[in-house]
Design a protein around this ligand. Structure first.
Ligand code: XMP
Length: 515
């Protein structure tokens, strides 16, 4: 019997943690999808949820324009788990009430579990949790009882077991709630009766079947970048449709050292991909000549890429689809912190507008997945760790790391410096521990001495950051010896550089890239 994959719908009330909740659920091998709280009940029904999680959110449930979900959600007959605002909302919606707390709770708190409940099964009576709220439940709706409290929050967790409704005032999804994962797991496995059927191996199987059914005998075009997402799409599609997949890889003149040859040879050999390498470096560098404005550089690279890609794509017969490595965070429609809807659609793939221009339909086999799941799929497909764990690399490449004018010579200087950073970071075992590590060529020259001569040469900045998703980041406290080695090697080995500095800014307010 082919059972439908069980689904948890996370209704987003504007929480900064909605994606985190979905990821935590999927880590427990249960599929979760995020829908805005205002999703019509028909859409929620169509998703066939086996359980619903109501997220937190910054609003006050009693405020005039507080975000709400369709009241029929409570009549679907499926288990519901409310978190923070979600818990308060459930109370308010079912006849209880919520008031500003006499003392607001932000940060660590200790809960005491009262009696037995499915949610806290197998857990200690006292445990630390992470709170972040100014309001709290005052009167419970009929049918509910309290299953945990803190010294200042009398209803820290509530339950209506007959209906399978549960609510917690704290945040089980964040790492600061040490037993949070087990609490979510208890909801999934004790209350929802999850089967744990969200597995990457079965995802690969069904994705391959879907791709075959959709594509038939037509051809698919993919812009390969050498990054994790497009590589996984390439290998997945190749497995599904073999040589009907045509990968175009464009050298835009601002790739890392040897990247073009490495990708072309590597992918042809390891995966026998039908790969069309296009060396357009001269065209890109000609167009970039004399341009120093960062936004102009990005635009020129984006437009030139589309032109080059379009020209090549048109040569492929029977092409009906364009494949892209779009991920779930790019397609989630989320709720803004102010309660209103905001469409979160990023155009980081640098091929915006291409499908329309080429008259192609899109294939996005990763559009339901988070990055960690894409990596798991890469491993499932037998791809090497070195590829699966590659650092992100921006579409406009080294162009956004060469401040000022881009010339062939300056690209070479940065490629050499960047290559040394890579070598040393790998050799010291730091590659997997950091989010990104790279060199930036600054548009200044400074004085130095070499032998008896005064020099006047380039300065290079090192940018090495840790981050979870690129949205926020901090500089990495690398050992001084490692920084020293990188600096010495760059100054000795890269002609034209006499100074190396370390970027110690965090994001925000800085950004990861320098342009
Ligand atoms: P920032 O510089 O905004 O970068 O802190 C955040 C993350 O996004 C990457 N990045 C890009 N990726 N096209 C991309 O594909 C781009 O134009 C682009 N700009 C920045 C950056 O490397 C970091 O991981």
């Amino acid at each position: 019997m082919n059972l439908k994959t069980q689904t948890i719908v996370v209704l987003d009330f504007g929480s900064q943690y909605a994606q985190l909740i979905a990821r935590r659920v999927r880590e427990q091998k249960v599929f979760a999808r995020i829908m805005p709280c205002y999703a019509p009940i028909e859409e929620i029904r169509e998703a066939q949820p086996d359980g619903i999680i109501l997220s937190g959110g910054p609003a006050n449930v009693y405020a005039e324009h507080a975000p709400k979900c369709a009241p029929e959600v409570f009549e679907l007959g499926v288990p519901i788990f409310g978190i923070c605002y979600g818990c308060q909302f459930m109370c308010e919606a079912l006849g209880g009430n919520v008031h500003p707390a006499s003392s607001r709770e932000f940060g660590n708190a200790d809960i005491t579990v009262l009696g037995k409940s499915e949610i806290f099964a197998g857990m200690p009576v006292d445990m630390p949790v992470w709170m972040s709220h100014g309001d709290q439940v005052e009167h419970l709706p009929a049918g509910f009882h309290t299953i945990a409290k803190t010294s200042t929050c009398p209803h820290a967790a509530i339950a209506f077991p007959e209906k399978k409704f549960y609510g917690v005032q704290f945040h089980p999804e964040v790492a600061h709630t040490p037993r949070g994962k087990e609490i979510l797991r208890n909801f999934l496995y004790n209350v929802v009766q999850a089967r744990g059927d969200w597995e990457m191996s079965s995802f690969v199987e069904s994705a391959i079947a879907d791709i075959r059914a959709k594509v038939g005998k037509d051809n698919v075009i993919l812009g390969l970048s050498g990054g994790v997402d497009s590589s996984v799409v390439a290998v997945l599609l190749h497995k599904a449709i073999g040589d009907q997949l045509h990968c175009i890889f464009v050298d835009n003149g601002v790739l890392r050292k040897d990247e073009f040859n490495r990708v072309v040879n590597g992918y042809r050999k390891a995966y026998e991909l039908n790969l069309i390498p296009i060396d357009a470096s001269k065209l890109f560098l000609d167009k970039l000549a004399g341009v120093t404005d960062p936004e102009k550089k990005r635009k020129i690279i984006g437009h030139t890429f589309i032109d080059v890609f379009e020209q090549e794509a048109k040569k492929i017969p029977n092409a009906k689809y364009l494949a892209q490595g779009t991920l779930y965070p790019d397609v989630i429609e989320s709720v803004s912190a102010h309660g209103g809807p905001t469409a979160v659609i990023k155009s980081h793939h640098n091929v915006g507008g291409l499908p329309d221009k080429l008259g192609l339909d899109l294939i996005e086999p990763l559009r339901l997945l988070f990055k960690d799941e894409v990596r798991e799929i890469g491993a499932e497909l037998g791809m090497p760790e070195s590829l699966i764990w590659r650092h992100p690399f921006p579409g406009p490449g080294l162009a956004v790391r060469i401040l000022g004018e881009i010339t062939e010579e300056r690209v070479k200087v940065l490629q050499e410096a960047d290559d040394i950073v890579m070598q040393e970071i790998h050799a010291a075992g730091w590659y997997r521990k950091v989010w990104q590590a790279f060199a930036v060529l600054l548009p200044i020259e400074s004085v130095g001495v070499m032998g008896d001569e005064r020099t006047y040469e380039n300065a290079v900045a090192l940018r090495i950051v840790e981050s979870l998703d690129g949205m926020t980041a901090d500089w990495v406290k690398l050992p001084y010896e490692l920084l020293g080695r990188i600096s010495t090697r760059i100054i000795n080995e890269v002609r034209g550089v006499n100074r190396v500095v370390y970027d110690i800014s965090s994001k925000p307010p800085s950004t990861i890239e320098w342009e």
